[in-house]
Ligand binder design. Structure first.
Ligand code: CTP
Ligand code: MG
Length: 172
């Protein structure tokens, strides 16, 4: 397959995933999804880092971003057809759900809210989004690999920008 076409398609998968994940952080609010409930292990069900505003903001922003791409780039959108409008929503929903599932798992493992879980934190939303998105579009192995490899790279770039703008003390 044409390399440029494959890159464009991967990007069309990446945008809703990243926007949904980023906007969950941006819109994160007060009321936690678990209403501060504890699981049978007496640890928080999800923790205070998963809120209604974050989840709804994430799904909405990711969906809107994908719709914008669909209408702005009709040529590229032909790769998925009109199903991209549904795919964008499913990717966004899955990204938010994947992130929530990872928090559930982290709490069960005794990892406190905000403490890092290497790879799980970076890939939870990608995996969740692609899984739910698979209802209408099953990604190829190359697309999955590209997204997995690009993610740590984007994190590094993001962290470096945060460092340069003095939002973070270290550049990683
Ligand atoms: N956030 C939110 N609602 C969500 C997802 C994220 O409000 N559904 C916000 C929270 O303010 C959260 C921040 O985005 O603190 C960063 O998200 P994330 O790194 O996923 O949460 P953590 O605080 O690190 O918590 P966890 O250990 O559960 O991942
Ligand atoms: Mg985190």
């Amino acid at each position: 397959m044409d390399l440029l076409f494959l890159a464009a398609k991967t990007l069309m998968l990446a945008v809703p995933l990243y926007i949904a994940n980023g906007c969950a952080l941006l819109f994160g609010g007060k009321t936690p999804l678990d209403f501060n409930a504890k699981f049978v292990d007496k640890k928080p069900l999800l923790g205070k880092g998963k809120t209604f505003k974050g989840a709804i903001g994430g799904v909405l922003c990711g969906t809107i971003a994908s719709a914008a791409i669909f209408f702005a780039l009709p040529v590229v959108s032909e790769a998925f057809g009109t199903s991209y409008l549904i795919l964008g929503f499913l990717l966004s929903l899955g990204a938010v759900l994947g992130d929530i599932a990872a928090s559930f798992l982290k709490r069960r493992l005794g990892i406190e809210r905000g403490k890092s879980a290497f790879l799980l934190d970076q890939l939870d939303f990608i995996a969740g989004g692609l899984l739910i998105g698979a209802i209408v579009y099953a990604p190829g192995i190359v697309e999955i690999a590209l997204l997995a490899v690009l993610t740590p790279f984007f994190h590094l770039v993001g962290n470096f920008i945060a460092f340069k703008t003095k939002k973070k003390k270290v550049p990683w």
